[in-house]
Design a protein around this ligand. Structure first.
Ligand code: SGN
Ligand code: CA
Length: 523
């Protein structure tokens, strides 16, 4: 059993290499001392592959990396349900999806339930959420909220500020950051500690860059990932998906080839939206947009690409726009860090950077998320705690752990119905017990536009067992020898004992998290 669990159960979570104590800070939570502020920055669909603190192949993100350089980089950070609304609900409540009631993006969050912002408010914190919310119902537990409607627009987005609609001119990542800085500087009650959720819509589809970033990555080649032409052998669930860059990514809608004479066509269902999405731009933005994309369009038409050449072009164009959007995120993270430094807040604020889930940068031929496969199950997680340790934390952590972390930091007793475990000991270099036999995952949204079947499963350090329960299809991966999860070994001779053990552990997790009704009777 210990082998199965790998280091997760044994370790204290910290790799000693690169671990260093940060200078002690003056204020600590509890015991009458000044409590720590919390700045929780989250992006939408930001892959760890495109943060240079994790992976320097594609982009340099010097500002996001500042958080890692002075803090902790979690190298095994996972979500509970790889999709926006559910992920956010898991973070707010510290509970898995069934328990918090928000299982897929068509749900509406029950705002009367316990959340960490409410508990922090009771503890005397001033709380705010600014940017993407995506939980349908109005935010509760926040002294101030200024949220995008649904996914929000990249250009000149409309927000709802404490119940009132406000349209704002500018690019979403800049505008959202402006609002956060204004709240920090002028609007909050500075007598109280703050907890600010600064949640960007970027880099969500359709990856529309700011006009000042169009020239970036123009010459970058971006070779196709090794698994781009994955044939999904032995993985029947993956064969039915609709998130292929080659087949499902639209030239007009996703890749912005809205030519004036309408000769470029790929997916009729998306094309109309592709032509409509610029309607929100002002003339100056539209001029800059056209000056850039008209050139791209003309080159594309002349090239007359087909087959694998067309695939390579689509991948490159996707990567360029996505990375341009990340450049803007990174710049804006820098603005906030600079502000905290200038105001002397940096040494009294826990800074968190994460995403609502991971994202495919062409691995398996995909964009989007949803799967329990590594690229979307993992999510970036950086935390900078003044007075805490620095370096890598390899412990397997999950987004249900954020709520108890914030609560413990603020000196609130963590309610016993919360599923997650506080990560504070890991940030302080102390021993940590995960309180679970592995990481549980459950994705519920089918049918949906990307046609990913509902599935649940367990991950240990070495293995992953997935059940696509509507079709009773199982998958088992040996992650040590098959990092790309191409070889489903479920049912192969010699794996019986391992499979039975993992199934028993999965049932334990389902009982632990109130998901008994999903226990597979036929094991
Ligand atoms: C939209 C996107 C999908 C995406 C979902 C969920 N389509 O529907 O590609 O999977 O959001 O994303 S789009 O045409 O509207 O861009 S989530 O991160 O918000 O859950
Ligand atoms: Ca998302």
């Amino acid at each position: 059993m210990n082998n199965l669990l790998g280091k997760t159960k044994r370790l204290f979570g910290l790799s000693m290499a690169g671990m260093a104590m940060m200078p002690a800070f003056a204020a600590e939570s509890g015991d009458g001392k000044k409590p720590m502020n919390i700045l929780f920055i989250m992006c939408d669909d930001h892959s760890y592959q495109t943060i240079s603190a994790y992976d320097s192949r594609f982009i340099s993100t010097p500002n996001i990396d500042r958080i890692a350089a002075d803090g902790v980089r979690f190298t095994n950070s996972f979500v509970a349900n790889s999709i926006s609304g559910p992920s956010r609900a898991c973070m707010l409540t510290g509970k898995h999806s069934l328990a918090n009631g928000f299982t897929d993006n068509s749900s509406s969050f029950d705002g009367s339930q316990q959340t960490f912002p409410k508990l922090l408010q009771k503890q005397g914190y001033e709380t705010a959420v600014i940017g993407k919310w995506h939980l349908t119902s109005e935010p509760t537990g926040f002294d101030h909220w200024d949220i995008l409607i649904g996914q929000g627009d990249y250009y000149n987005p409309t927000f709802i500020r404490n119940g009132k609609k406000v349209k704002r001119e500018g690019y979403a990542t800049n505008v959202t950051t402006d609002l956060a800085l204004k709240w920090l500087e002028e609007e909050r009650n500075s007598e109280k500690p703050f907890c600010l959720l600064l949640h960007h819509k970027a880099p969500h589809r359709t990856w529309m860059p700011d006009t000042c970033d169009f020239d970036l990555f123009a010459d970058a080649e971006f070779p196709l990932p090794a698994t781009f032409y994955d044939d999904y052998k032995g993985r029947s669930a993956a064969k039915g998906q609709k998130m292929s860059i080659s087949k499902d990514m639209d030239l007009v809608y996703d890749l912005k080839l809205a030519d004036k004479d309408s000769t470029i066509h790929s997916r009729p269902d998306l094309e109309e939206w592709g032509r409509r999405m610029y309607s929100n731009m002002n003339p100056e933005q539209k001029r800059a947009w056209d000056a850039h994309y008209d050139v791209v369009i003309e080159k594309f038409k002349k090239a007359g690409l087909e087959g694998k050449e067309l695939d390579a072009w689509k991948y490159r164009q996707y990567m360029r726009d996505y990375l341009r959007v990340i450049t803007s995120v990174d710049r804006n993270v820098g603005r906030v860090l600079d502000y905290l430094e200038a105001e002397g807040l940096i040494d009294n604020t826990l800074i968190v950077y994460t995403s609502d889930q991971g994202f495919y940068m062409g691995e398996h031929g995909w964009f989007d998320k949803r799967w329990m496969y590594e690229e979307s199950f993992r999510t970036p997680l950086l935390m900078r705690l003044p007075g805490g340790v620095g370096g890598d934390v390899p412990a397997m952590v999950q987004n249900i752990d954020y709520a108890p972390t914030f609560l413990e930091l603020a000196g609130v007793d963590v309610p016993s119905d919360i599923h997650g475990r506080s990560l504070l000991p890991l940030l302080q270099g102390k021993e940590w017990e995960p309180g679970r036999e592995g990481i549980y995952y459950h994705y519920y949204e089918y049918p949906d536009e990307h046609a990913v079947k509902r599935h649940l499963g367990i991950r240990t350090e070495w293995y992953k067992l997935i059940h696509f329960y509507d079709d009773n299809v199982w998958e088992l991966y040996d992650l040590r020898n098959d990092k790309n999860e191409l070889n489903n070994i479920y049912g192969t001779p010699g794996t019986e004992e391992l499979t039975n053990t993992l199934k028993a552990m999965l049932v334990n997790l389902q009982k632990q998290y109130g998901e008994e009704k999903f226990i597979n009777e036929k094991q």
